[in-house]
Design a protein around this ligand. Structure first.
Ligand SMILES: Nc1ncnc2c1ncn2[C@@H]1O[C@H](COP(=O)(O)OP(=O)(O)O)[C@@H](O)[C@H]1O
Ligand SMILES: O=C(O)C[C@@H](O)[C@H](O)C(=O)COP(=O)(O)O
Length: 295
């Protein structure tokens, strides 16, 4: 039975690895992982745009295969998004994005207003906001979700498509923050904060009225801070295929865990297990073994 409605909003892309393209885009990965992990307990929608091209049709097909509702995916005359992905020796990615893609032209409409109004959790990032049109639409969407909804900013900073102002505007919209250990120092600096990781997370939470702040540390695991609790857990030693999509799957798992009302240690432990599994497999979207589902 569907209990919660969850939305990913932002870029849909094809991750072009040296050995060929795989479906991607951080919010699209988030939507696919949430849908797969929830076993139907969450209704998941993607809000984005694709082109009138083969990659666009295949992108919609890929989302549908994972059980994601694509009725709010717009089709426009621009090319479907693509990004060249290079992996280092540890399976860590660097990205080179095609410019002016379909997802840069996301426009507000009644369909989006309806999805926003019924949403229990929405996940957005900064890359999806690189054009003014899509940035405005994403802001309007997040603001149109109910006050009770989890408004999750997974910052996913991608050079050179972010600046301090988009980060700060996004923090003002969010009530949950996910970032990694490369991103934390940047957010600390622009907010004039110092201290150890957990101190900075607490200060970010206080300054931006965030209910939860989650920090992932690659192989080093993750920490989650709430108003009165901290969970700080090690990673799971993993034979890495590539780490692409691990952070997005982590965000998917914490979203389901928080919506289910689990304590933050349980939420964190499950999310680390899910993310480690994603690292062990090629690409960013996949089916999950039974023990990781419905965390
Ligand atoms: N090399 C690794 N070995 C084991 N787990 C990993 C590894 N890299 C990432 N993970 C898992 O994936 C999570 C997210 O990875 P991270 O690289 O921190 O996020 P992001 O993809 O957002 O940059 C980590 O908290 C960890 O659980
Ligand atoms: O949207 C992006 O920024 C690139 C994506 O295509 C890529 O799949 C990705 O974001 C993976 O994110 P991660 O979970 O932080 O590895």
């Amino acid at each position: 039975m569907v209990v919660h409605q969850v939305v990913g909003i932002g870029e849909i892309l094809w991750d072009v690895f040296p050995d060929g393209p795989r479906f991607g885009g951080a919010p699209a990965n988030f939507s696919c992982s949430t849908s797969e992990l929830s076993r139907g307990a969450a209704g998941v929608s993607m809000v984005s745009a694709v082109g009138e091209d083969d990659l666009g049709r295949k992108a919609i097909e890929s989302l549908k295969q994972r059980g994601v509702d694509t009725s709010a995916v717009q089709v426009n005359p621009h090319a479907t998004g693509k990004v060249d992905v290079q992996l280092d020796d540890d399976g860590k990615a660097s990205y080179h994005f095609a410019d002016d893609s379909a997802w840069d032209h996301l426009v507000w409409n009644d369909a989006l207003a309806k999805v926003a109004a019924g949403c229990d959790a929405v996940c957005f990032g900064t890359l999806g906001q690189r054009s003014e049109t899509s940035r405005r639409t994403i802001h309007q969407f997040v603001q149109a979700t109910p006050e009770s909804a989890l408004r999750i900013l997974d910052v996913n900073l991608r050079e050179p498509f972010f600046g301090d102002s988009v980060i700060q505007q996004s923090l003002a919209l969010a009530n949950v923050l996910k970032l990694n250990d490369d991103e934390l120092p940047r957010l600390a600096r622009i907010n004039g904060l110092s201290g150890d990781d957990v101190d900075v997370m607490r200060q970010l939470a206080a300054r931006h009225q965030l209910r939860y702040v989650a920090l992932t540390r690659g192989a080093g695991g993750a920490a989650i801070v709430s108003e009165d609790r901290v969970s700080d857990l090690p990673g799971i030693p993993t034979e890495v295929a590539d780490t692409v999509g691990a952070g997005d799957a982590f965000t998917a798992a914490i979203t389901l865990g928080l919506l289910a009302g689990h304590d933050i240690d349980t939420v964190n432990r499950n999310a680390i297990a899910v993310a480690s599994y994603v690292c062990s497999q090629p690409g960013a979207t996949m089916t999950f073994p039974d023990h990781l589902m419905k965390p």
